[in-house]
Write a protein that binds this ligand. Structure first.
Ligand code: HEC
Ligand code: HEC
Length: 341
């Protein structure tokens, strides 16, 4: 037998080329399919939640939207940021929204304007996006605000009633630019969410107990979602709740990141043991130290003393977790080099 290495090489080359061709075709088909599949809609029933005209309920809604629930933080125009920073009530005519690695979303006008706002939406449609993340088009709304899913029904009614009571004003319409990765993610990986616990239907009366503080920290104020280490691509929680360690790009300080501190009452690595209850109330009422901090300080500083004391008591009721996240402002390089548990 005569060995013909050249011929074999040629055959291997051809086989590899064919394989590459097939992979390319599969890739192209997958991409084309995803471009269509991301448009799928979810058949999620509309909640029976309805707005009311009771002025006490509307006042509670105003407090939540501009305070602990910090809806204004995303849904107010950029021009109102300074006012919000000072803890003032700002218009809810829509904001620049979110720039994520999946694409860009505006946070639309929440006033009852029918062209750009919520005028054309039913009460059920507004309640559904808050409870399940399914928007007016029946598609998944980003960013995930899944902690709101567990909001007490009374508070959802209050928020809805407040939004309905606003004067209609023109503003930012819903608009998204979803990139390929976003389309693939929406097509295959994201599903509507729902309450993790049975919906809290009874009156959830604010008081200074740790239990009420837990409701603010976990559901209304979403403290946990930033003060817990997470996978930045999937949102998956990677460490003990409230132990901090999430980085955020500091827009006003190139090369730097803000890192969330550990909010568990650990005496060496946590911040909560630095403060008495009085001092913590002052820290939260003071507002932001860093003007470009991602934390919605402007909304939180509007919180009542009752709510802040409840928050303090809740955070102090957690089991201490030893986790050193380094300084709250550090270089991105130093953060990447940290060996976190
Ligand atoms: C972190 C920023 C952020 C916060 C906080 C936030 N939103 Fe949004 N909201 C968005 C973005 C972005 C969209 C657009 C999502 C979409 O259109 O898919 C949106 C969409 C909406 C919509 C319209 C959904 C639709 O059908 O088009 C409503 C209503 C809404 N938000 C209400 C609220 C309320 C009420 C709160 C507070 C309890 C709140 N949002 C807090 C960013 C935010
Ligand atoms: C969107 C992300 C985000 C959310 C939500 C958030 N935080 Fe923060 N927090 C940060 C970041 C980033 C820092 C560090 C930079 C700074 O201090 O502004 C921080 C810092 C802090 C500090 C330290 C302040 C100081 O001066 O030492 C406390 C206390 C705190 N957060 C409490 C809370 C509480 C309580 C909540 C919920 C009511 C909350 N945070 C929600 C991102 C967040």
């Amino acid at each position: 037998m005569i060995l013909r290495p050249k011929l074999w090489l040629k055959r291997i080359g051809l086989a590899l080329a064919a394989l590459a061709g097939i992979l390319l075709l599969v890739g192209a088909a997958f991409t084309l399919y995803s471009l269509k599949a991301y448009q799928k809609t979810w058949d999620v029933p509309l909640p029976a939640t309805r707005a009311v005209h009771d002025s006490a309920v509307i006042a509670r809604g105003e407090y939540l939207v501009h305070g602990p629930a910090h809806c204004a933080d995303c849904h107010a125009p950029d021009g109102a940021k300074q006012k919000m920073f000072r803890g003032e009530i700002v218009p809810l005519t829509g904001g620049t929204g979110e720039i994520t690695f999946l694409g860009d979303w505006t946070a639309p006008n929440l006033t009852p304007d029918s062209a750009t706002g919520l005028g054309a939406l039913s009460d059920g449609e507004i309640a559904r996006v808050i409870r399940t993340g399914v928007n007016r088009e029946g598609r998944i709304a980003l960013p995930f605000k899944d902690t709101y899913a567990d909001m007490a029904e009374e508070d959802l009614v209050a928020i809805l009633s407040y939004l309905r009571s606003l004067k209609p004003e023109p503003g930012v319409a819903p608009r998204k630019r979803i990139n390929l990765l976003g389309k693939v993610t929406l097509a295959y990986f994201l599903t509507p969410y729902g309450p993790k616990h049975p919906p809290i239907r009874q009156q959830f009366r604010p008081d200074t107990t740790a239990a009420y503080g837990g409701y603010i920290a976990n559901v209304i104020g979403r403290c946990e979602s930033c003060h817990t280490p997470r996978n930045l691509k999937t949102g998956e929680f990677l460490g003990a709740p409230f132990s901090g360690g999430m980085p955020f790009k500091a827009h006003a300080r190139p090369g730097m990141v803000y890192v969330t501190p550990n909010l568990t009452p650990d005496s060496t690595t946590g911040v909560m043991t630095l403060w008495s209850e009085e001092a913590f109330v002052q820290v939260m009422k003071r507002g932001a130290v860093f003007a470009d901090s991602p934390m919605p300080w402007g909304s939180y500083r509007r919180m009542t003393e009752t709510d802040l004391r409840a928050l303090y008591r809740y955070l102090h009721s957690l089991a201490p977790v030893r986790r050193d996240n380094g300084p709250m402002v550090q270089t991105a390089k130093a953060f990447a080099g940290r060996a976190n548990p």
